[in-house]
Ligand binder design. Structure first.
Ligand code: UDP
Length: 297
């Protein structure tokens, strides 16, 4: 997602300094920006000091493993990037008098007991389960963001991002969209975890980054859900992928990971009213774009 956000901000005429240590990201996603005079890149860990930065007017903290597969593999790095890096980047925003936006997550709601999820819901998170490295890291990131706003007056925004997909994801990312597409396109069995009746709501990346960009210019300090409210079960999703790819892959069931949220769907009333934002790309169109990307790579 961050490379798409860079594209949008650059297209709006601004300069961008991208920072990534490529723990889970891919340099190929920013290769097209080489030679763009308004784009600079630092290969660095945002948990470390970043000396020598020029004056900055907006800091966007979008660093973190985001796939369950990745944060199970890198739990400590995931906790560090929500905590240490948040502190580091908030200090940079404070010193520069810059705006600050952090990309939080629907995982703050855990396995939600309220449906759909409204920003005022406090969530149902297992603090010691395998997903806690991600969930609690993002919850800390939200808490320290509010603390910097309250204590130091930093102009902060918090986006709670729901499931997102699109070109530039890794085929072996582990999340359900690339995983099912990889399986369908390569004749492998489509692996549904559990009975497949758990739900998710998928937002296409261009819709997401437009929402984030609008939020970064708003004065809303409390979290705002950014996601697509069209909800479907993983079984329905697998069938949709079979149809769109024309795949003969069969569906198989594998064990459901621990604490896998049963239902997830954003209430986007707040984003609609304060940002005038809502998704415009249908799942069908977004998946076609994503399939075309995976077929061309
Ligand atoms: N899932 C699945 N098969 C897969 C990968 C994921 O059935 O091969 C399910 C997973 O159990 C979850 C949903 O798809 O219910 C979304 O998983 P993902 O890893 O994309 O992200 P999450 O929403 O859990 O963070």
């Amino acid at each position: 997602m961050p490379s798409h956000l860079c594209d949008l901000i650059l297209a709006d005429g601004h300069s961008v300094i991208g920072v990534d240590n490529f723990l889970t990201g891919n340099p190929r996603n920013i290769a097209h920006l080489q030679g763009n005079g308004r784009f600079q890149f630092l290969q660095a860990d945002v948990c470390q000091p970043l000396p020598g930065l020029p004056a900055i007017d907006c800091v966007i903290h979008a660093a973190s493993p985001a796939s369950p597969k990745d944060y199970y593999e890198y739990p400590i790095e995931t906790l560090d990037v929500g905590s240490i890096a948040s502190r580091n980047l908030l200090e940079i925003a404070k010193t520069n008098g810059a705006r600050y936006l952090v990309t939080s997550t629907s995982e703050c709601y855990g396995d939600p007991l309220e449906h759909p999820q409204v920003e005022t819901y406090w969530g149902n998170v297992n603090p010691v389960g395998p997903r806690s490295c991600y969930d609690e890291s993002k919850r800390f990131a939200e808490a320290i963001t509010m603390a910097y706003h309250r204590k130091h007056g930093v102009r902060t925004n918090i986006a709670r991002i729901f499931n997102t997909y699109g070109p530039r994801m890794k085929l072996n990312d582990g999340r359900v969209v690339p995983q099912f597409l990889d399986q369908a396109l390569h004749g492998k069995p489509i692996t549904i975890y559990g009975d497949g009746l758990q739900t998710r709501s998928f937002c296409y990346v261009s819709d997401l980054v437009r929402g984030l960009y609008l939020l970064s210019q708003s004065e809303e300090r409390y979290p705002v859900n950014v996601g697509n409210p069209v909800e479907l079960t993983m079984l329905e999703f697998a069938q949709r992928i079979q149809r769109l790819t024309g795949s003969a892959s069969r569906i198989v069931h594998e064990p459901l990971p621990q604490d896998d949220p049963k239902r997830r769907r954003p209430d986007i009333t707040k984003a609609r009213s304060i940002l005038g934002w809502e998704p415009v790309v249908s799942l069908e169109d977004g998946l076609k774009q994503t399939i075309a990307y995976f077929q061309s790579t």
